[in-house]
Ligand binder design. Structure first.
Ligand code: SF4
Length: 332
């Protein structure tokens, strides 16, 4: 940990770079920020909030997810209860029909979301899955005003193009972890394959939504590495997920991340990625509990409302109340 004078100096330098020079923080600065201790957290969060207001404004973006196919994935991601390799108690179901996916979009719109992400548990989409998802996207565009995002795994160039042609707003494909940590959690595909799909999504004109999961055993340096890898990719949106250890998975016994560490991650990601949509993802309720508001005044400017893929979230109206209590408008 760094002493009080050095901490104040580090924060002042970081603020100058971001808000006066309109520059970007470098790797060593971001790494030094991870050394700030608990008494400096209010200063770090306040700086992240000023940077968020300057680059993104005060609005909060609200998205909901639908798990359009749950379970049965052949990959071996160690955190994931949807892999066929682990005996996790989840409610598996095959790919939903387009009209069911549409109903989910309508319900999400009624609950206050402006974006709707169709997520399927697969390595990558096959042709029948592509067709059904494309049909659902057309229906949602015709019958709601929701922006549609997709998360369908590894894509080919042709698949990426078809999704872009269908008007998909953002393609979600998380890096999950820094390149140096990824082999510890996934053996069935390479980190570079994920990066290639991210680049494909961008090449065809979709916005790129990519982030990761924290609390899987990675170091602070690796958390910062991933932030810079995402910056290098030119991400538009970064979901910050905190591991919710799922029974039956190889990470099922991992201790949960501390709340202060989670908030520090939020703030540092804002400082490294000043103009992206930084979204609270899964695990927020478990790790932050009542401290979720501190992230929204510490760099985070987007939320997933409702349930996650295999775990239950907070009631959407409670999250919307939290945003209203903070005096922040919903970003259209
Ligand atoms: S590819 Fe996705 S659904 Fe499949 S095991 Fe990995 S995280 Fe889970």
């Amino acid at each position: 940990m760094i002493d009080t004078t050095s901490a104040a100096d580090l924060l002042a330098r970081t603020e100058r770079v971001l808000l006066e020079d309109k520059g970007l923080v470098d790797f060593e600065t971001a790494l030094a920020l991870t050394e700030l201790d608990a008494p400096r957290m209010p200063d770090l969060l306040a700086l992240a909030h000023r940077v968020r207001l300057h680059y993104c404004g005060e609005g909060v973006e609200v998205e909901s997810l639908i798990s359009a196919k749950t379970g049965g994935c052949i990959e071996d991601c160690a955190f994931c209860s949807q892999s066929v390799r682990y005996q996790s108690p989840i409610d598996r179901h095959p790919l939903l029909k387009p009209d069911v996916i549409l109903e989910g979009a309508k319900a999400s719109e009624a609950a206050g979301a402006t974006q709707y992400c169709i997520v399927v548990a697969v390595r990558g989409p096959d042709e029948p899955l592509m067709r059904r998802v494309l049909e659902a996207i057309d229906l949602i565009h015709a019958e709601t005003s929701m922006k549609v995002d997709c998360s369908l795994g590894l894509l080919t160039d042709e698949q990426a193009q078809r999704l872009a042609d269908a008007g998909v707003h953002h393609y979600n494909h998380n890096l999950e972890a820094a390149r140096s940590f990824f082999p510890n959690i996934v053996q069935t595909h390479r980190w570079e394959e994920r990066v290639e799909t991210c680049k494909r999504a961008k090449r065809v004109g979709m916005g790129l939504c990519s982030g990761g999961i924290f609390g899987m055993g990675e170091s602070w340096r690796q958390r910062v590495e991933m932030a810079f890898e995402l910056r290098e990719l030119g991400v538009d949106e970064v979901p910050l997920n905190f591991l919710n250890p799922r029974p039956g998975t190889p990470l099922g016994d991992r201790p949960k991340l501390g709340a202060m560490d989670a908030l520090k991650i939020c703030a540092i990601y804002r400082l490294v990625l000043p103009d992206v949509v930084l979204r609270y993802g899964g695990g927020r309720e478990l790790v932050l509990r009542d401290l979720a508001a501190l992230g929204l005044t510490g760099g985070v400017n987007a939320m997933i409302i409702g349930n996650y893929l295999t775990t239950t979230g907070i009631a959407p109206e409670d999250d919307l109340k939290l945003i209203a209590d903070l005096g922040m408008p919903i970003r259209p």
